[in-house]
Each structure stands twice: as structure tokens, then as C-alpha cells.
Design a protein around this ligand. Structure first.
Ligand code: C2E
Ligand code: CA
Ligand code: CA
Ligand code: CA
Length: 274
């Protein structure tokens, strides 16, 4: 409501629906979020189920706006993608995540791997391979410790996806297919791509004990991963029953509230530093 008095907002407010105004306001604020230091990263541990060992973390972006408070990524990532701001934001996330790996190491915690989400829009400019290479050089993080998470729709909807993914692979970073099973993927693509990891989507894990279909899908993904020599990690693991199920069916990697919520860098250090 406050923003409405500012330049031009009143005009737009009269001609747009409430939703449109809200969207425009968010978009304007979003564009300034980086310079105002409103963005930060949380990190969610990825663990080996049988040993409880830390095998990696996923970087998850957070937006703390002075008026709105914490805005969930589900609300601002699509907006950032539509407006093109995601290129800038994504680059910031990558650099920040890589820097954090070095900081943890200096503080005595070697996190084996950091996973960073990439959006389809970050591939469209054709500079993604250069950008990632540059950030690795600048931060000094070993390429094999960076994993990029891409979705099936990113792969299917990007014209030169294979070329970029080969380029990223050549840098020495690894690739994971996020939310696996929810998109329109072609298994033929999977065969061509230098991908190392499949992430089973949370939607299949959630009701794994009650829903025979979810159970069958999870098992099928684990088998597929095995036969293609890919690592398989389950996301959204919230109970020890789910973890036990995964282990029983040959999946030994998990991420989810059962192990830890996404946390601040210092919390991760406190919990995992030897
Ligand atoms: P995602 O990549 O599938 O990330 C996993 C989401 O599941 C995260 O939500 C995480 O907090 C949540 N989660 C993890 N474990 C559990 C669990 O046990 N139970 C439940 N209910 N949820 C769990 P978050 O952080 O809100 O992020 C939502 C989505 O926003 C992400 O889904 C990802 O698609 C996107 N996102 C987040 N950070 C970035 C980023 O830096 N770049 C891009 N392009 N997208 C991002
Ligand atoms: Ca992800
Ligand atoms: Ca995911
Ligand atoms: Ca998911």
C-alpha cells in the first residue's frame, strides 16, 4: 500500500488488478534486492543414510525484504525468471555458494560438495559455461566440488542444452537432474548427457508408505540410476521410515527435514565441524 504513492504506482494501480500491482511491486523490489543485501543463502545438508555422514549441501536462496519479511523462493524465483533478473541473481548465488565452501574449509569443515540450482533462463544467454568457469577461478573452489542442479524441463526446453551441459562437464563440475520424474524427460536424453546424479522429487517420497504408485516410482528411479551408473539422492526425507525404505531399496543418499532444514553457514559449521 505504501508503495502506491511512489512514482507511477497510482496510475498502474488504477488500471491493474490487485494481483498485477502486487506483482509489479515485487518485481521492482526484487531488482534492488541484491544491491540492498537482502538476499542470502541457506544450506541444506545431504547425508549418507547408513552412516549419517555429510556428503554435500544444497544452496537455497532466501530473500529478506524489510517490509515483506522472508519471501519464499516459490514466490520470487518465477518472477525473477520472467523478468530476466534470474541471470544476475543466479550468478550471485553461484559465487556466494562457492565462496562459502572456501570459508567453511578455512574454518575447519570440508564440505565435500555444494549443489546449486540453475534456472533455464541462465542457459539462454549462452554464457553459462564461461560464467561458471570464471566463478570457479575467482573463488578457487575445485570444480569437482560443485554440482549444478538442472531440471528435466530445462534440458528439454533449451535448444543447446546438450552443448552447454557438455561444456559444464568439461569444466569438471558435476550435474544433477533435480525433481526427477516430475518433468517431461526423455530417457534418450539422459543417456547422452554427462549427468552424475538423479534427485528423486519430494512428491514421490512424501507418501511413500501409503501410496503404492509413489513407492513403485521411487524404486524405479533408484533402479534406473543403478543401471545407468548414476548416484541417486532422495529429497524431502522427513521420517526415519522414509530413510529406511530408501536404504532397503538401494538408495543411500538423502536430503530433508529428517536430517536438517536449510540452515545458516555458521549452524552448519557448528553441527558438522569435526
Ligand atoms: P528445490 O530445488 O526442489 O529445493 C528443495 C526445496 O524443498 C527447498 O525449498 C527446501 O527447503 C525444501 N525441503 C527440503 N527438505 C524438505 C523436507 O523434508 N520437507 C519439505 N516439506 N520441504 C523440504 P525452498 O528453499 O523453499 O526452495 C524452493 C524452490 O525454489 C527450490 O526447489 C528451487 O526450485 C527454487 N530455488 C531455491 N533456491 C534457488 C536458487 O538459488 N536458484 C534457483 N534457480 N532456484 C532456487
Ligand atoms: Ca534443487
Ligand atoms: Ca529438488
Ligand atoms: Ca522438488
Amino acid at each position: 500500500a505504501k508503495a502506491r504513492g511512489r512514482n507511477g504506482y497510482r496510475f498502474y494501480a488504477m488500471s491493474m488488478t490487485g494481483e498485477g500491482v502486487e506483482r509489479l511491486r515485487l518485481e521492482t523490489w526484487l531488482r534492488r534486492s541484491l544491491e540492498k543485501n537482502e538476499m542470502f543463502l541457506n544450506y541444506q545438508p545431504q547425508v549418507e543414510i547408513d552412516t549419517g555422514r555429510l556428503i554435500g549441501v544444497e544452496a537455497l536462496v532466501r530473500w529478506n525484504h524489510p517490509e515483506l519479511g522472508l519471501v519464499p523462493p516459490a514466490r520470487f524465483i518465477p518472477l525473477a525468471e520472467d523478468s530476466g533478473f534470474i541471470s544476475q541473481l543466479g550468478e550471485w548465488v553461484l559465487a556466494q555458494a562457492c565462496r562459502q565452501m572456501v570459508l567453511w574449509q578455512e574454518a575447519g569443515l570440508v564440505v565435500p560438495k555444494i549443489a546449486v540450482n540453475l534456472s533455464v533462463r541462465q542457459f539462454e544467454r549462452g554464457t553459462i559455461v564461461f560464467t561458471v568457469g570464471d566463478i570457479l577461478r575467482r573463488t578457487g573452489l575445485e570444480p569437482h566440488r560443485l554440482q549444478l542442479e538442472v531440471t528435466e524441463s530445462l534440458i528439454m526446453n533449451t535448444g543447446d542444452a546438450l552443448q552447454y551441459i557438455n561444456g559444464l562437464h568439461a569444466l569438471g563440475v558435476s550435474l544433477a537432474i533435480d525433481d526427477f520424474g516430475t518433468g517431461y524427460s526423455s530417457l534418450a536424453y539422459l543417456k547422452q548427457m554427462p549427468v552424475q546424479t538423479l534427485k528423486i522429487d519430494r512428491s514421490f517420497i512424501k507418501d511413500i508408505h501409503a501410496d503404492a504408485n509413489d513407492e513403485a516410482i521411487a524404486i524405479a528411479i533408484i533402479q534406473l540410476g543403478k543401471s545407468m551408473n548414476l548416484a541417486v539422492i532422495a529429497e524431502g526425507v522427513e521420517t526415519d521410515e522414509q530413510a529406511a525404505f530408501l536404504l532397503r531399496h538401494g538408495c543411500n543418499q538423502a536430503q530433508g527435514y529428517f536430517y536438517s532444514r536449510p540452515v545458516m553457514p555458521d549452524d552448519l559449521l557448528q553441527r558438522w565441524r569435526p
